[in-house]
Design a protein around this ligand. Structure first.
Ligand SMILES: [Zn+2]
Length: 134
């Protein structure tokens, strides 16, 4: 998948998610926006990668369904907005079966979608979503 195809995939899933009033409710607070500005995109990306690897990627994540707080970190908000909050939601929305570990490719795609949503939420151009922009 090249960059353009990946972006099309993100747009497709975000279009489906936009029809969910629950998912559409999630937006960054001022405080969470400030956190992104303070930390920079490299750090936000590495936090997103950690959350995906530790909280979603295992075949049976600890406390699955409750592992993602509703606020407190911009990536948590992005996870709820994009249905990357738990394996149940990932199965329902992203058709990734629960009960098995995520592949490295699936983890990268999840991080990419989280960053794509965050940059869009921050009003930044979509084409730089995959880059390590500061
Ligand atoms: Zn969930």
């Amino acid at each position: 998948m090249d960059q353009a195809e990946r972006q099309q995939a993100y747009v497709r899933i975000l279009t489906r998610l936009a029809r969910s009033s629950f998912r559409s409710r999630f937006h960054l607070s001022l405080r969470e926006r400030q956190y992104i500005c303070d930390k920079g995109w490299d750090t936000i990306r590495s936090h997103a990668a950690d959350f995906v690897r530790l909280r979603l990627a295992p075949a049976a994540p600890p406390q699955d369904g409750k592992q993602t707080p509703m606020r407190g970190h911009p990536v948590f908000v992005a996870q709820h907005a994009t249905a990357l909050c738990c394996r149940g939601c990932m199965e329902k929305w992203h058709h990734i079966p629960a009960g098995r570990a995520l592949t490295p490719g699936e983890q990268r795609a999840a991080v990419g979608l989280l960053l794509y949503w965050l940059r869009r939420e921050m009003g930044l151009p979509a084409e730089s979503a995959g880059r390590q922009a500061k």
